[in-house]
Structures are given as structure tokens and as C-alpha cells.
Design a protein around this ligand. Structure first.
Ligand SMILES: NC(=O)c1ccc[n+]([C@@H]2O[C@H](COP(=O)([O-])OP(=O)(O)OC[C@H]3O[C@@H](n4cnc5c(N)ncnc54)[C@H](OP(=O)(O)O)[C@@H]3O)[C@@H](O)[C@H]2O)c1
Length: 339
């Protein structure tokens, strides 16, 4: 495949650094431009914490402006307060923007994509033409909603009515430097601003359930784990279901990225774990054929009635819920002719 030039906006951040790791060994995406704010003028080698590949170490961090960027696809892990305006400037200037930030996610003409779950939502790009941009914006979901939506998708044949979920979210989900150490050491925080609403509204958009929403009761908590969001789920369904039915649907689940054999597609989007003490973030956040891209599910058991099921899942917030999910989305867009 012909190589495709990409840029990373906000390259020094938690997700920006993950993009560098994943893209520097990518078979057809080439990092051409990187941008920042306080780090402008420095080289990638000066700024990044981990070893930077020789070929891109001298790349200089540019101001986050379209005229400073040379690329076909722009990955945007920008802070939410600057993302809306900046991403629109890039789309107007003709770039294909794939964003991890939240401001555009719920706009009706912006696809909110998990490639295995709702690739058909890319057809919304047609309606973006009304905005008069030469480029487009595609959003990836909130890092917690990603694991929730991937594990709910195989349950659709049973009719999903409602979900009670408690999240145990990693520190890296709050970016750098994130939660003060004295607040989180020997502790957990039982609230994350805006997160509970995002899990509910974004999952309904991803699953095409905005007209007949799945009812959510979410409690979002922050825990002293570095990477990997754990979620305890209780799902109420329309039909009777056994834990074995759920296991079968989840273990057989795959989608368009697996059919197309995209480079960042894991062989199994969901990995089932049978030990009663799994999944655990430290052991399972990098599970699977493409580390960090599979969601690990365990403790599948009957819920409050024959029409409900409980389980626990772990998903990697910086890879599947961040840079890896966005790269897989961009690979799908290239393969399907959207770029
Ligand atoms: N962390 C996760 O697990 C995760 C997962 C999914 C989605 N997200 C979303 O992804 C985005 C980035 O998250 P993060 O955790 O990577 O954040 P972060 O660690 O705080 O990094 C922010 C980056 O944005 C740059 N930046 C700050 N202000 C800017 C401005 N005015 N103009 C241009 N660049 C600016 C910073 O550059 P300088 O260093 O040069 O100032 C830095 O590179 C957020 O919207 C977040 O909600 C995060």
C-alpha cells in the first residue's frame, strides 16, 4: 500500500506519545508533522519520555495551525477546550481530522466510530459537506464508552434495555499530570466530572440507539491504576439469556477491521477470561494479538433475573480508547476509500 502522511497535534501529551509509539512502526502511515503549545520549537527527541525512532527524532514541534502541517490525516488528541475551534480550522483547510477529544462527538453530522461496531456511521461524512469544509472530522469515543460499546454490541440480538455500570478508571485517562498524588494514593475518587453522561450518550449514538435509548445508570470512579479502565456491568435484556449464550456471542464477535485485516485490528476484539479473579488492568490491558486493542471480559454470570447478565471488562484507555482506536479508524477510512 502507498504510504499516507499523518500529523499528530499535541504530540507531547499522554495520547500524543502513544501515537508516536504506534505510528513509528506502522506499515503505511508516516509521521510527517507534529504540533504542540508550550513545546513548540523543540524536537521530538528533546520532548518525549521514551526513545524516539532515529527517523523522526529531529522533527520539530510546530504551532498547532493548519499552515504549519503537511499531512493527509491529522490525529487530534488536543485538550477539549481548544479542540472544537482548532479541529474545524484543520477541516476547513482540507485535512481529514480523526479526533480523540469530546467537543464534536455528539454533533449529528460527525461519525463517532468504533471500527468493529459501527463502520456504517462513516456515511455521515456526506452530510458534513454542508459545512463547506474541504476536509472532514471523524470522532472516536470517550475511553470508557469504547469498552462499554464493544462489549454491548454482541448482546444486541438479545435486545438491550438498560445498563448499570460502575467504572474504575485509570490515572492516565485524566492526561498529564492528571490527579494530584496526595488525592489518589491509598484512595479512590467516586466521581469524574462529565464522564457518566458521556458513557450513556456516546454509547447510544455508537449503537444507533438515540431514538430508543438504552437506559444507563453509571458511576464513574478514578482508581490508582496507571493504564486500563475496568468496568463492572449489569445488563438487562429483552430476552432470556444464559451466561453461555453471552460467552458465545462475545467470543465470536468481530467486524469490518478483521475482515479487511487492517494492521491495527486485533484477531479478537473481545478476549474471554475464565479465571474468577480476571480481568485485571495490570495483567490484561495489553492482551491480544495487537497489544492494547482487545477488550478483556470475565466474570460473566447471571444478573438479577433470567433476562440479565453481569460481567467485568478491562480496556486499554490510551490504546483502544485513544491512539490505537483512532489509528484503526483511519486505517478503515483509507481501506474504504474515505481518504
Ligand atoms: N488520556 C486518555 O486516556 C484519553 C483517552 C481518550 C481521549 N482522550 C482525550 O484526548 C485529549 C488529549 O488527552 P491527553 O490525556 O493526551 O492530554 P494531555 O496529556 O494533557 O496532553 C495535552 C497536549 O495538548 C497540547 N496542548 C495544550 N494546550 C494546547 C493549545 N492551546 N494548542 C495546542 N496544543 C495544546 C499539549 O502540548 P504542549 O505540551 O506543547 O503544551 C499536549 O501535547 C483530551 O481531549 C482527552 O479528553 C484522552
Amino acid at each position: 500500500m502507498k504510504s499516507v502522511d499523518v500529523a499528530i497535534l499535541g504530540v507531547s501529551g499522554t495520547l500524543g506519545q502513544e501515537y508516536v509509539k504506534l505510528l513509528s512502526r506502522h506499515p503505511f502511515f508516516r509521521i510527517r508533522s507534529v504540533t504542540g503549545y508550550t513545546t513548540v520549537g523543540k524536537t521530538l527527541r528533546e520532548v518525549l519520555e521514551e526513545d524516539v525512532p532515529e527517523s523522526i527524532g529531529d522533527l520539530e514541534i510546530q504551532p498547532t495551525q493548519p499552515k504549519k502541517v503537511d499531512a493527509d490525516i491529522v490525529f487530534s488528541p488536543l485538550p477539549n477546550d481548544v479542540a472544537r475551534k482548532t479541529e474545524e480550522e484543520f477541516a476547513e483547510a482540507g485535512f481529514t481530522v480523526v479526533t480523540d477529544a469530546s467537543p464534536h462527538r455528539m454533533d449529528p453530522d460527525i461519525p463517532l466510530i468504533i471500527p468493529e461496531v459501527n463502520p456504517e456511521q462513516l456515511s455521515l461524512l456526506e452530510s458534513q459537506k454542508k459545512r463547506g469544509w474541504d476536509g472532514v472530522i471523524v470522532a472516536t469515543p470517550n475511553c470508557t464508552a469504547v469498552g462499554v460499546a464493544i462489549t454491548l454490541k454482541p448482546l444486541e440480538p438479545f435486545g438491550i434495555k438498560s445498563v448499570v455500570a460502575t467504572t474504575m478508571q485509570a490515572l492516565s485517562g485524566a492526561g498529564y499530570p492528571g490527579v494530584p498524588s496526595l488525592d489518589i494514593t491509598d484512595n479512590l475518587i467516586p466521581y469524574i466530572s462529565g464522564e457518566e453522561e458521556k458513557v450513556a450518550s456516546e454509547t447510544n449514538k455508537i449503537l444507533g440507539r438515540q431514538a430508543q435509548p438504552i437506559h444507563f445508570a453509571v458511576t464513574a470512579t478514578r482508581v490508582p491504576v496507571i493504564d486500563g479502565h475496568t468496568v463492572s456491568m449489569h445488563v438487562e435484556l429483552e430476552e432470556n439469556v444464559s451466561p453461555e449464550d453471552v460467552e458465545e456471542e462475545m467470543s465470536n464477535f468481530n467486524g469490518r477491521p478483521q475482515e479487511l485485516r487492517l494492521p491495527t485490528a486485533p484477531e479478537k476484539p473481545i478476549i474471554l477470561l475464565r479465571h474468577t479473579n480476571r480481568p485485571q488492568p495490570r495483567l490484561d490491558r495489553n492482551a491480544g494479538s495487537v497489544p492494547g486493542m482487545s477488550v478483556s471480559v470475565g466474570r460473566i454470570r447471571r444478573g438479577l433475573s433470567d433476562r440479565s447478565v453481569q460481567y467485568v471488562h478491562v480496556s486499554n484507555n490510551v490504546i483502544r480508547g485513544g491512539a490505537g482506536g483512532a489509528i484503526l479508524t483511519a486505517e478503515l477510512m483509507v481501506a474504504e476509500g474515505f481518504v
